[in-house]
Design a protein around this ligand. Structure first.
Ligand code: IMP
Ligand code: MG
Length: 180
């Protein structure tokens, strides 16, 4: 194990049960904004939103097409840099489709802005909705709010349920943080 953080020091911020409960109401709210019975193209932004996205879609009643893109915001750090690094943006043509972008967390807002601009310019969807599990409002550097989010979090680095520290802790079923 090459991680400099110990799981025993981790404090639970959002429990597995709280996450589960939230997903049900969030899925219901999100689905309401899409025309009934029409396909929703769900864009899972890897790696961070893997757990949130795959759990969220389980509650959808609309027909769903899942797509996966990969973006990196941090290297091996916990501080934001201004780079959004696109690793894989391979997608079908989403022109005139209903698109839901699913992110793990909005921090400074660079990734969200990058994605929204990209979809608007390159795909021109019929409807574009942005959902994030977590919203770190106090860290925002760009004036941008997600259409939907699960929980607001303080300006602390959080891990678990897809979110990582140096690649670790994504597998945890809850969201936690390391107290300073
Ligand atoms: P932004 O571009 O600054 O909004 O950063 C968003 C991206 O940074 C997210 O998609 C995450 O992958 C990552 N990120 C931001 N804050 C955290 C955190 O507290 N824990 C883990 N990853 C984070
Ligand atoms: Mg992310």
């Amino acid at each position: 194990m090459e991680c400099d953080k110990n799981i025993n020091d981790l404090k639970v911020l959002i429990s597995e049960q709280e996450l589960k409960n939230k997903l049900i109401s969030l899925a219901e709210d999100i689905e309401k904004v899409f025309p009934k019975d029409e396909d929703i193209y769900v864009i899972c932004v890897l790696k961070g939103s893997v757990m949130f996205c795959t759990d969220l879609v389980k509650h959808f009643k609309h027909p769903v097409q899942m797509e996966f893109i990969r973006i990196s915001r941090y290297g091996n750090e916990t501080k934001s840099t201004n780079n959004v690094h696109a690793i894989d943006l391979t997608l079908p043509n989403l022109h005139n489709k209903n698109v839901l972008i699913v992110e793990d967390i909005i921090d400074a807002g660079m990734t969200a802005k990058f994605l929204i601009d990209l979809f608007k310019m390159e795909h021109q969807p019929k409807k574009l909705v942005f959902a994030s599990l977590l919203n770190k409002k106090c860290a925002r550097q760009i004036d941008l709010e997600p259409d939907f989010y699960g929980f607001e979090v303080d300006d602390k680095f959080v891990v678990g349920y897809g979110l990582d520290y140096k690649g670790y802790f994504r597998n945890l079923p809850y969201i936690g943080y390391f107290p300073a």
